[in-house]
Design a protein around this ligand. Structure first.
Ligand SMILES: C[S@@+](CC[C@H](N)C(=O)[O-])C[C@H]1O[C@@H](n2cnc3c(N)ncnc32)[C@H](O)[C@@H]1O
Length: 196
């Protein structure tokens, strides 16, 4: 935890119906292209804003591993998953991004939405992602644009620009295959596994 960590009392912001307009999950999913049968780790899942649409996209043969280190956030997601018609292929995992507790070589995609700017140990997290991904797996990171003035979102001083993140990924050997803005206030970077 640090001063940038999202507070569970603000969870209503993640569920604000307006968010569906300025950050449509279907736009983000269309860029990533989840397919039936995939296993996706949604690290920093919060209330599952993306975990649920991913769950529908991967279908009953696929799985979403919804990871968060705050129990309160996972409880809110558990509540959503208990509703009628909720997907049954979401597994809740209490874990920290550097030590998710997930099995190695188990994921086709690791997704992080609005988590990156809250992290302290980027290198440690990238090592964990590398451990989780199967050959050909991808890492998709969505976060707040630094060139847009808040609100909504965290203070400008907490934001990591798209270019900065791209440089971090390159420095650690992750080839970026997609970089673009997403919705009104966010960007999305997709990277493949490092060669070594
Ligand atoms: C801003 S919320 C985003 C939630 C969700 N991804 C979304 O876009 O709606 C960030 C989430 O990441 C979690 N988180 C922050 N740091 C984490 C870490 N180091 N390991 C695991 N989860 C973390 C927080 O508990 C919070 O639920």
């Amino acid at each position: 935890m640090n001063e940038r960590t999202f507070h569970p009392r603000d969870a209503h912001r993640l569920e604000d119906p307006e968010r569906l307009k300025w950050l449509p999950p279907e736009e983000v999913l269309a860029r990533i292209g989840p397919v039936s049968g995939m296993t996706i780790a949604d690290v920093g899942t919060g209330t599952g804003y993306f975990a649920l649409p991913f769950a529908t996209a991967v279908g009953s043969r696929g799985r979403i591993l919804a990871v968060d280190f705050q129990k309160e956030m996972l409880e809110m997601l558990r509540e959503k998953l208990s509703g009628s018609g909720a997907p049954q292929n979401v597994v809740l995992v209490e874990g920290e991004a550097r030590r998710t507790t997930l099995s190695g070589n188990s994921c086709d995609l690791v997704f992080m939405s609005n988590l990156w700017h809250e992290l302290d140990d980027e290198a440690g997290v990238l090592l964990e992602v590398k451990r989780l991904l199967r050959p050909g797996g991808r890492l998709a990171i969505l976060d707040w644009r630094a060139d847009v003035v808040p609100p909504p979102g965290p203070p400008a001083a907490h934001r990591v620009s798209r270019e900065n993140l791209r440089q971090v990924l390159s420095r650690h050997g992750w080839p970026v295959t997609h970089a673009g803005n997403a919705g009104k206030y966010s960007y999305l970077l997709i990277a493949g596994l490092p060669a070594i």
